[in-house]
Design a protein around this ligand. Structure first.
Ligand code: PLP
Length: 435
């Protein structure tokens, strides 16, 4: 290569225009603005507002010295605890020998997509990462749109229609339950109906249940209960244990998918080698020795999230922003159609980009546009992440006197002021565009 030559044409044609994960890139942009002194309410990024449970931190500290490469399946003591964990919470029996452990479930989801041979069906709105991962794997997602009336959930009818159009014998359905970005949950009846289509149409399900333990009703319905033979379960500790940066997640395969399981194990060993050793030993110990503390922790987190979510939903509804209530996790989908005419009048254009930009400039509120979630670019919907607060104090208040704390609006105002402020700003901005 010549000294001053800038090398071009190095990237696969289908990836030539690829960008970093839009949520992470957006987060970096907003963080830079905050660093420059702007007071921005960041409703665009879903990071746990809570600290990692203390018992887990203490356990992981004990194993900071663990420096060996581990088996790709994960250490047996962690897998055994995970099996018990899912038995207790989801009433499902996982096979201790059918796990792959990864640096987050994201990596494992990608490896399933890349090793799988057939079409990949992706309901939208979808988490920002799936479609880029599918493209990275050299495939094109078959996108099925859902709607607000169904709670942004996939219906058996649309799944059947999509499956019929697929050319491959086997299909892989990416199923996010609880939903990101929707925050809604499937019922047992809905999962049963989807399972029937999957059996009929040779559809394998990758059930991403990473938000399961943050279901507000505390009653998560897992796809594994309904379609055990065809469901790959992926989840981890990033959400319920607030340990995203620890990078520990896992995938569990049913016996009948041994071939795909072996391919993913092999791909894992050739890419990430193993999941981080201190986290595996530490989390195994915490699950084994502190189940009650962890149970209380996740209950309290879910209670706070529900209170904040209800507050935001009600406040935004009061100015005409339409949304399905969140049932789990950190999000719900907001529809700002009410501001369309106002935006058109002021900005001469009304689409997701214009709305997002205008909110950031005029209301100091960060929300990602609809296209990031595979919705039409002119839609004024967005994912509202209500987690831009420091959850440590609220959690402490609940832990110290859980029976006497009422999780009402006063609680939200006292413990989550950045959310309250941001919602106020957003309401003013909506009014400015509707009056
Ligand atoms: C729906 C969904 N699946 C998977 C992940 C990835 O989680 P992990 O930290 O286990 O890679 C996330 C994280 O944002 C997510 O929102």
């Amino acid at each position: 290569m010549k000294t001053k030559e800038i090398a071009r044409d190095l990237v696969r044609d289908d990836l030539a225009n690829s960008k970093p994960a839009s949520n992470l890139a957006f987060n970096e942009e907003v963080k830079a603005l905050i660093k420059s002194g702007r007071k921005i309410s960041h409703f665009g990024f879903g990071l746990s507002p809570f600290p990692v449970p203390k018992c887990m931190v203490d356990c992981v500290k004990e194993f900071a010295h663990a420096n060996e490469y581990l088996a790709i399946a994960g250490i047996p003591e962690l897998r055994e605890e995970i099996v018990k964990f899912h038995e207790r919470y989801d009433n499902i029996s996982l096979n201790v020998d059918n796990f792959v452990m990864g640096p987050g479930s994201k990596q494992l989801i990608y490896l399933v997509m890349t090793t799988f041979k057939g079409d990949i069906i992706l309901p939208a709105p979808a988490w920002v990462t799936y479609a880029p991962q599918i493209r990275l794997a050299g495939k094109e997602p078959r996108i099925i749109q859902t709607d607000r009336e169904s709670g942004w959930k996939l219906t058996p009818h649309s799944l059947e229609e999509a499956a019929v159009l697929c050319g491959s014998r086997w299909k892989l359905l990416i199923h996010t339950n609880p939903g990101n970005p929707s925050g809604t949950c499937y019922t047992h009846e809905e999962l049963e109906a989807l399972s029937a289509v999957c059996r009929r149409r040779s559809i394998i399900v990758l059930s991403d249940e990473i938000y399961a333990r943050l279901t507000f009703s505390r009653d998560h319905a897992s796809m594994v209960q309904h379609y055990p033979e065809g469901t790959i379960l992926t989840t981890g500790f990033s959400k319920w244990a607030s340990a995203g940066g620890w990078r520990l997640g896992y995938a569990h395969f049913p016996d009948r998918l041994q071939e795909l399981f072996s391919a993913v194990k092999s791909a894992s060993s050739h890419t990430h080698s193993c999941a981080p050793a201190p986290m595996q030993y530490g989390v195994a110990k915490a699950l084994r020795e502190f189940p009650h503390e962890l149970d209380q922790y996740m209950n309290n987190c879910a209670k706070i999230l529900q209170a904040v979510s209800n507050f935001c939903h009600r406040e935004l509804s009061s100015v005409g922003v339409v949304s399905c209530k969140s049932e789990a996790g950190y999000y719900f989908i907001t529809d700002f159609e009410v501001v369309r005419n106002g935006l058109l009048a002021r900005k001469k254009k009304a689409d997701g980009e214009v709305m997002s930009k205008s909110m950031l400039e005029e209301a100091d509120v960060a929300l990602m546009p609809a296209a990031s979630f595979l919705r039409p670019a002119d839609e004024l919907i967005s994912r509202f992440c209500f987690v831009c607060f420091d959850g440590a104090k609220g959690l402490e208040a609940l832990e110290s006197s859980s029976s006497s704390v009422v999780l009402d609006d006063d609680f939200v105002r006292q413990y989550c002021p950045p959310v309250v402020k941001g919602v106020e700003n957003l309401k003013k901005w909506v009014k400015m565009n509707t009056e």
